[in-house]
Write a protein that binds this ligand. Structure first.
Ligand code: ADP
Ligand code: MG
Length: 703
């Protein structure tokens, strides 16, 4: 049985060693099974014809029907080519060009005959042409239609090397036809029968046939749905089982008692928690009572109030005799957390200390002793916390802020700080990840979301302005400064363009200093050393400077509630999530805040979408969704390790709804039958085993 789908494609008609090799290196296709899973990227609607007048260069493949004329060979030797014209019914002229196999094509092409040409149109000096078009004459076409080649013709991913070997979508179609005609006795269902029935899914053989040979748009849709369902289902099964394993195996301390959490909440908390904050605190406390290690991701948009949740969690540890640490990605942030939490800790009679790269050796020594003796309850710091010399008496909780800056290795290093019982882990991030992606990327973490901002915040007003409106913008900034507010002005800085970018930053700084004689202007960027950076930053934090000119180093976490305006220069050069993070630096106080996106007139399509999105919404999740649609999930954090990039047919940016349903199905099955031992889950168990054996991430493996 295991035979058929692992047959090498060389066994197919017309596939010799050279072609087989090209399939391997270009498409990763070795076997029958691989080829079946090489799904068409698109389908050409064979019922639709274009007139030459309707062509435009953005079109993918098109079909044009016309009469062939003026066939001629031009050039010599290697530069020789064959051209012909196809005249459509409106008299439009399409140029057809060949550079290869000239002898053969010259012989078969007939002038005066009507052909259907398809291929990718390109324009040169106002004339459209198609190089190496696929051509069909009406007789051929009629025969193939009769033979059941449907109106939807699959287009496969082809590379130049494959094309050089005369492999086109039709060649691949012929290979697949051979496989499909023989596969019936070998193919097995992978989904439980009741799932297939409940969701009205196609069975597996039908789906695999119709994805390559669709006989109608509806059936193609059904085939795609079935294959996406299967792919997402097995990805979720894998992730959910990892989570189950972890839950069973790793113990965590129990932090049931919470007297000081209650005391702090009622006596010292300067505001009411939002509903979302309360819910998350409860979720965390529930984790703390299970006796298993918590691994929770806390997602909350910028300004949603994650820090106070962190502090309440630290109190839970302290109430139960354990220590807690909070780790931030930068010195500035660690500082801010420390000074922000210290008054709270003092009120609760808890000792809090700070440890960063710039902590002096002497301070360090007494700090180390305090941690080991257990006299220090809370430690706030940077990655300096990870050093081996930092040992605790009983570390029960580690919190990581803005986790995307920490690697997996660092996380596990933190775990080792308490070999007896692993500390609970809370990871906080303000990088909004689309829910669908979070479910998958963090399929093995529990996710809490603060999806509500504290009451009374005024939504930030965001506008897009062009460079030539600078005078009016400066006028506005003068007014804000006169009101006692502070202003960020941010410049892009990317490595590839570093020299130029630094120059425009310096020029910007000079310009701003000259334009705002009433203000003190601070500047931070990556080239300053930690000390200078901190000094400049402190000028702004302490309101000694009214304007901060900066690169994106201020992006993460900085909290200056009095800052009310964020000006972003060359805003088109920033990614959406970066823009959102930057904007999150304002709107933290009671005042009305503004974000001004400055650009040139010339903007790419994508840049325009980014700017429009920023102006339209402040919802981090909506922004993340748009971002993912623009960039694809591959560029977002965390996706590299998650397996989502190995999806072959499902698309997380588009199939979010389906993913949610599929995940629910997978959870239901595993809840009822964690080891997949029930007879009705036999197909699933078999497929999971096959996936494990192959060791490759392939969620719809055919074997
Ligand atoms: P982030 O989630 O971006 O880390 P912070 O924890 O820094 O947000 O909180 C942003 C600001 O909102 C802080 O000044 C904090 O004191 C304040 N804050 C947090 N929760 C509330 C609340 N429930 N009501 C009012 N203000 C709050
Ligand atoms: Mg924060």
């Amino acid at each position: 049985m295991a035979g058929f789908f692992s047959y090498p494609i060389e066994l197919l008609q017309g596939v010799g060693a050279a072609r087989a090799k090209a399939f391997q290196t270009e498409l990763g296709v070795f076997t029958y099974g691989d080829l079946l899973q090489c799904y068409p990227t698109r389908y050409l609607d064979r019922t639709q014809f274009y007139l030459v007048a309707e062509l435009d260069e953005d079109l993918p493949h098109v079909q044009v029907r016309g009469r062939l004329q003026r066939k001629q060979l031009a050039g010599e030797g290697r530069t020789q080519r064959l051209t012909a014209q196809l005249i459509d019914e409106a008299g439009g002229v399409l140029e057809l060009v060949w550079f290869k196999s000239l002898k053969y094509i010259t012989a078969v092409l007939r002038e005066g005959v009507e052909y259907v040409a398809f291929g990718k149109p390109t324009a040169f000096q106002g004339r459209f042409s198609i190089a190496h078009p696929e051509l069909e004459d009406p007789v051929q076409r009629a025969t193939s239609e009769k033979a059941g080649a449907g109106a939807l013709q699959p287009i496969y991913p082809l590379t130049a090397r494959l094309q050089n070997l005369h492999i086109d979508s039709k060649t691949i179609g012929r290979m697949l036809a051979e496989i499909v005609s023989q596969m019936a006795p070998h193919i097995v269902e992978t989904l439980p029968a009741d799932v297939v029935a409940n969701y009205g899914l196609l069975n597996r053989p039908a789906a695999l046939r119709l994805i390559h040979f669709p006989d109608s748009a509806e059936n193609l849709q059904a085939a795609r749905l079935r294959l996406k369902f299967e792919e997402l289902f097995f990805l979720q099964i894998k992730l959910l089982r990892q989570r189950t394993v972890r839950r069973v195996e790793l113990a965590g301390q129990i932090f049931q008692k919470v007297p000081s959490v209650a005391e702090f909440y009622h006596k010292h908390l300067p505001f009411d928690l939002t509903g979302a904050q309360k819910r998350v605190v409860k979720e965390i406390h529930r984790d703390m009572c299970t006796g298993r290690q918590m691994n929770r991701l806390l997602q909350g948009d910028v300004g949603s109030g994650k820090t106070i949740v962190a502090f309440l969690t630290m109190l839970m540890a302290a109430d139960n005799g354990a220590q807690a640490c909070l780790m931030a990605p930068t010195e500035i942030l660690a500082d801010q957390h420390f000074w922000g939490l210290k008054p709270y800790a003092d009120k609760m009679g808890r000792t809090i200390e700070k440890l960063t790269g710039s902590t002096r050796a002497k301070t360090r020594r007494s700090l180390h002793a305090g941690l080991q003796a257990g006299t220090v309850d809370f430690l706030v710091g940077t990655h300096a916390l990870l050093e081996d010399t930092v040992q605790f008496k009983n570390l029960g909780l580690t919190i990581m802020d803005e986790q995307h800056r920490f690697g997996v290795a660092q996380r596990s290093k933190l775990w080792q700080k308490n070999p007896a019982v692993l500390p609970h882990v809370l990871v906080m991030t303000a990088t909004p990840i689309p829910r669908t992606l979070a479910m998958t990327v963090y399929g093995d973490l529990d996710v809490s979301v603060i999806d509500e901002l504290p009451a009374g915040r005024k939504p930030i007003v965001t506008v897009h302005r062009f460079d030539n409106q600078r005078a009016r913008i400066y006028q506005f900034l003068h007014e804000e400064i006169a009101k006692g507010r502070q202003i960020y002005i941010v410049y892009p800085l990317i490595e590839e363009n570093e020299k130029l970018d630094y120059r425009s930053l310096e020029e910007g700084y000079a310009q701003v200093t000259a334009a705002f004689p009433e203000a003190r202007v601070a500047m931070v960027h990556g080239k300053l050393d930690a000390y200078d950076k901190d000094a400049e930053m402190q000028l702004f934090v302490q309101h000694k400077a009214q304007i901060l000119v900066a690169t994106t180093v201020i992006e993460v976490g900085v909290n200056v509630p009095n800052a009310s305006v964020m000006v972003i220069e060359n805003a088109d050069r920033f990614g959406l999530s970066q823009l959102h993070q930057l904007r999150g630096r304002v709107g933290r106080g009671a005042e009305q805040s503004y974000c001004i996106l400055l650009t040139d007139y010339k903007l790419s399509k994508d840049a325009r979408v980014r700017l429009e999105t920023m102006v339209r919404t402040t919802d981090g999740f909506e922004i993340a969704d748009v971002d993912m649609k623009l960039r694809g999930p591959g560029d977002l954090m965390g996706t590299q390790q998650s397996g989502v990039l190995d999806l072959r047919i499902a698309d997380l940016a588009r199939d979010g709804q389906l993913l949610a349903e599929v995940r629910a199905v997978a959870i239901e099955i595993l809840d009822r039958d964690p080891t997949l031992a029930l007879p009705e889950h036999e197909p699933v168990a078999r497929q999971v085993a096959a996936m494990q054996r192959s060791g490759q991430p392939n969620w719809s493996r055919i074997s």
